[in-house]
Design a protein around this ligand. Structure first.
Ligand code: SAH
Ligand code: SF4
Ligand code: F3S
Length: 473
């Protein structure tokens, strides 16, 4: 495969923000490729689910742009209507079928409707039965075949599928159409080899496949050339990364290598699995200022009994040991998490254990969910015995407790100076950006800051989910 060329959307739609990026050979080449081969066809792409899906959509859009397609904002205006879907909880999966219902009429006009992502992989050809107007079903492990599948559709094939999971390849494209002008996502590992009892991901994304460190570092250097200063490494479990090349970097070494690429100012990574979390990762963060002081470390439950039933491969004590490594680091590192309430067999006592874990860890953020039984998972065979209403009650209690913790933690930042990457305006005269710890800061400034620049902001007020401050000249 030729060296991949990656591009930011604004590098093509309008001049990129920095002169270096504007003049980069990569941006030039892409502009040329883009304009030279329009084929008159259009696509609409809507994305559901996690950051992996968001980034996959950027690559899918790149594949289509490279074939001469143009992106439009409404299914009505598109020749090809694509949904990149999520199957993690039942509600997410249902949303897709309601969308497919909405575009049924559009399909009658000869438009191609396609389902990509995790619902595609999960439901496979059954999607054609539920929604016969769908013509393309393709899971993420088969995206390398997308150009071929799209060519078959263009040639008039009625139905095409890409549902193979036995791939050891990762999805790398010649073109990636990036939506976020400030933070560039890049995949380092695809799939998942864990077997958490509640989770569809090992089925929907296939086995773990790591990219070579050379290919990752080449992409990072290309991103710097395009003007990016912040990169986010993605994977279902980034710290299960195993370099398949002779360099054999482990995840902590890869983090350091990425942080040392000249021009990189911030490196984020998500998600870390507690089982594969090591002290070396904390040491890397201590050593490299470019590694953001934030670790997302999903715990799921504070009860060792529930963790065993979930097959998470760690106990409450082992998890807290990892938290202690993070808390002892030489600079403060933010911790965020994911929690499931109402897993089969979760008692009031187990739930209390989760609440006490929140108090002990003092997370800076938590995504929490009611357990949702999913097809082909081990938990489906366990009785879903916590009533819906009780799941709702536990979720509300947990979210309130976490809100109080975040409020208190954020208040401690009042009066401090924090570096913010300016990402946009929150309202007239006010800008918004993120700190290294991933906190959102809304701020005023004596003179308007440029988007994409780093500014020192003094924090004046704190809420549970954001901070308010003023930029320092
Ligand atoms: N790989 C990551 C998580 C990916 S899924 C990890 O292992 O931590 C994102 C989150 O969705 C999970 O952390 C979990 O909290 C939630 N989740 C997954 N399956 C779920 C289910 N069946 N019901 C409710 N929440 C679920
Ligand atoms: Fe799902 Fe567990 Fe894999 Fe995370 S580690 S994606 S929760 S199976
Ligand atoms: Fe959803 Fe698939 Fe991501 S199920 S959370 S889109 S890996």
């Amino acid at each position: 495969m030729p060296d991949a060329i990656h591009v930011r959307l604004d590098a093509l739609a309008s001049p990129p923000p920095t002169a270096a990026a504007r003049d980069s050979a990569a941006a030039d080449e892409l502009r040329a490729a883009w304009r030279a081969r329009p084929n008159g066809r259009t696509f609409y792409l809507e994305t559901f689910g996690c950051q992996m899906n968001v980034h996959d959509s950027e690559k899918v859009a790149g594949v289509l742009f490279a074939r001469g397609y143009r992106q439009v904002d409404a299914p009505d205006d598109a020749d090809l209507v694509l949904y990149n879907t999520c199957s993690i909880r039942e509600k997410a999966a249902q949303k897709v079928f309601s969308r497919l219902g909405q575009v049924r009429g559009v399909a009658r006009d000869g438009k191609v409707i396609g389902v990509l992502g995790c619902v595609a992989q999960q439901e496979g050809e059954q999607i054609f039965e539920r929604a016969p107007w769908v013509r393309l079903v393709c899971g993420s492990a088969s995206y390398r075949r997308l150009p071929e599948l799209v060519a078959q559709l263009e040639a008039g094939d009625t139905r095409v599928t890409g549902l193979e999971l036995d791939t050891d390849e990762t999805f790398e494209t010649d073109f990636t159409r990036r939506d976020n002008p400030f933070r560039a996502y890049l995949t380092i590992i695809e799939g998942c080899d864990k077997a958490c009892a509640y989770c569809v991901v090992p089925m929907t994304r296939g086995p773990e496949r790591s990219r070579t460190s050379e290919s990752i570092l080449r992409e990072v250097r290309g991103l710097v050339e395009l003007g990016y200063t912040e990169v986010q490494l993605l994977g279902q479990n980034v710290n299960s990364y195993r370099d398949p090349s002779p360099a054999r970097l482990d995840f902590a070494e890869l983090l350091e290598a990425v942080a040392e690429v000249p021009g990189v100012r911030r490196v984020r990574f998500t998600t870390s699995h507690p089982r594969d979390f090591t002290p070396a990762i904390v040491r890397a963060i201590e050593r490299q200022p470019a590694l953001c002081d934030h670790v997302h470390l999903p715990v799921q439950s504070g009860s060792s009994r529930v963790l065993a039933a979930m097959r998470r491969d760690y106990s409450r004590e082992e998890y807290l040991e990892r938290v202690a490594w993070v808390h002892r680091a030489r600079r403060p590192i933010s911790l965020t998490t994911d929690i499931i309430v109402g897993f089969p067999g979760e008692t009031e006592r187990d739930f209390e254990d989760t609440l006490s874990l929140l108090d002990l860890v003092q997370y800076d953020g938590a995504f929490s969910f009611k357990f949702s039984p999913r097809p082909n998972t081990a938990a489906l065979r366990m009785p879903d015995d916590v009533p819906e209403e009780e799941k709702g009650r536990r979720l509300a209690i947990l979210q309130e407790r976490q809100r109080e913790i975040q409020q208190a933690r954020n208040e401690r930042l009042v009066g401090q100076r924090l570096e913010v990457l300016v990402e946009g305006r929150s309202r007239p005269g006010q800008w918004a950006g993120r700190t290294s710890s991933n906190r959102m800061v809304n701020f005023t400034s004596p003179e308007p800051p440029a988007l994409g620049e780093y500014r020192e902001v003094v924090i004046h007020r704190a809420g549970p989910n954001s901070l308010v401050g003023e930029a320092v000249i």
